[in-house]
Design a protein around this ligand. Structure first.
Ligand code: C2E
Ligand code: CA
Ligand code: CA
Ligand code: CA
Length: 279
């Protein structure tokens, strides 16, 4: 029994070593990626539901690994978050997004709002405000064209501190969106306290609004709640025409999803902006 126990232990520990090694490997490759600027920002258009005009875009990071090709954020953001690399990566994404958005405006394209994701670790960082202020100054982007997307779960640990931080960000003149709304654990009563500008309905609610009457009712309630609180409401994950029709008929301002476009490289988004409307 002793021997087999030891074998099991060895097996387990080898397995753990393999995991730790691959994580260390990913961390090292992420550091190199940062140094070599292997990241790119893709943009997914947000359109006004009423007339399908492009009003903004969500900035979504991509990693162009020279060995492995295009790596999606789901594969490296969690490790970046654990190791703290999310702070320099996130700052890079914000800088790039602001630069490109400002560039399009200087080229005379219709101005649109860019929404940048902020991770829990970035939100907790004591230098967040300084980082955002610095990048706005450096790029010259008017803050009203910037929105930060944060999730409910980041706000609930210390509500007072979150309110203070959000107020300071809002005072810069930018917008704040609650991402994946409806999937977190927050109490609705807090919504009135957070100085937010936008609610972003999670795609879990959108995916079956056309087939599940209860989900449809929840989506309607979130849209109504946003209107009552004077917030912009954005739906993510609209994939088919029925989703868009539902959102339009129920007064959702802004729609984002594969129905209109997948996230695309900057030059492709620029071409979309030149046209201005998506179908
Ligand atoms: P998210 O913030 O909820 O972003 C939306 C995700 O849904 C994106 O995946 C987008 O490509 C995908 N999506 C958009 N429309 C549709 C649709 O119609 N159907 C479906 N099935 N999916 C759709 P992506 O780009 O792989 O990003 C995944 C997550 O990674 C993001 O979820 C966000 O949490 C994180 N992420 C991406 N970029 C950044 C970043 O720059 N910083 C941070 N901190 N997180 C990021
Ligand atoms: Ca987001
Ligand atoms: Ca989301
Ligand atoms: Ca999500």
């Amino acid at each position: 029994a002793k021997v087999s126990g030891r074998n099991q232990y060895q097996f387990f520990s080898k397995d753990m070593n393999a995991k730790a090694r691959s994580r260390l490997d990913l961390e090292a490759r992420l550091r190199r990626a940062l140094a070599n600027e292997e990241f790119a920002v893709f943009y997914q258009p947000k359109v006004r539901a009423a007339d399908s005009r492009i009003v903004g875009a969500e900035a979504l990071v991509r990693w162009l690994d020279p060995d492995k090709g295009l790596v999606s954020p789901g594969e490296f953001i969690p490790v970046a978050e654990e190791t703290g690399l999310i702070e320099p990566i996130g700052a890079w994404v914000l800088r790039r997004s602001c630069q490109q958005t400002k560039g399009w405006q200087e080229d005379g394209l219709m101005p649109v709002k860019v929404s940048v994701n902020v991770s829990p670790r970035q939100f907790r960082s004591r230098t967040l405000l300084e980082m955002v202020t610095g990048i706005l100054a450096e790029t010259g982007l008017d803050p009203r064209w910037l929105e930060l997307e944060i999730t409910e779960s980041m706000l609930m640990n210390d509500v007072e501190a979150a309110v203070r931080k959000m107020t300071a960000l809002r005072d810069l003149g930018l917008g704040l969106s609650i991402d994946d709304f409806g999937t977190g654990y927050s109490s609705l009563s807090y919504l009135g306290r957070f100085p937010i500008t936008t609610l972003k309905i999670d795609r879990a609610f959108i995916s079956d609004v056309d087939t599940n009457p209860k989900t449809a009712e929840i989506a309607r309630a979130i849209i109504g709640l946003s209107r009552g609180l004077n917030l912009e409401v954005v739906a993510e994950g609209a994939e088919v025409e029925n989703h868009v029709t539902f959102l339009r008929e129920n007064g959702c301002d802004t729609v984002q999803g594969y129905y209109y476009s997948r996230p695309v490289p900057a030059d492709q988004f620029e071409q979309m902006l030149a046209v201005g409307v998506l179908h």
